[in-house]
Design a protein around this ligand. Sequence first.
Ligand code: SF4
Length: 258
Amino acid sequence: MATFLFDEIIFGPVKSRRLGVSLGVNLLPEDYKFCTYDCLYCECGWTLNSNKKINLHSRQEIKETLDAKLQEMLANNEAPDNITFAGNGEPTIHPAFAEIIDDTLELKDKYFPKAQISVLSNATQIHKQSVITALNKVDKNILKLDSAVDETFKIINQPKTPITVAKLVERLKVFRGNLIIQTMFIKGEYKGVAFDNTTDYEVEKWLELIQEIKPKEVMIYPIARDTPLDSLRKISEKRLNEIGAKVGELGIKINVYN
Ligand code: SF4
């Protein structure tokens, strides 16, 4: 199916299901998706050669581009609800990620102090103290956990580095609740292997980890856009609501994006 890449450093603002009027920041190349995962549902398409040398924009260039966009939005009386780090891959890979977050906080306070800063991340870089510190400064530290079962995690997210669910969870707990867990619920078949993270067993194991991580919020959603793999199936609204209700029973804030 048709996937797409963001062709600029700053994109939008767009109306987001989860984040309202969202001004996007893409820290990755415009012509190339770069990620430590290769999720079967990624709207940017497949992660290609991870050994390719990538050219990233400098911290200064990103700051100047964001400054110019926020000035323009202020002049047009167009306030963003969120300045959102997403784009063509994993934003925390950028070596100046922590400094870029500091610049963004400064610019937000200058132009739109009521706006929030959100980061959508796959959590693979949270072994770095600079990334943890930066994520603790943003309003919405949204980290991915798609399955509690290693086999399913490896199929859905296709990690490019040797990481396990247990290791991920250990790292997620470092935030002491200052995080939002995002989970894509999905089923399908990949290279002849069927997978489904919505079975009773999968959901039970995932809920155990949610209890352990104690996030301040959980966001769950089904596929909503084109994906690189045609055999994925959208799960029903009913099943997603059932899973959401189970999170609510734990006393954790839940947002279901059907
Ligand atoms: S973590 Fe995000 S950017 Fe990376 S492959 Fe998965 S969906 Fe795409």
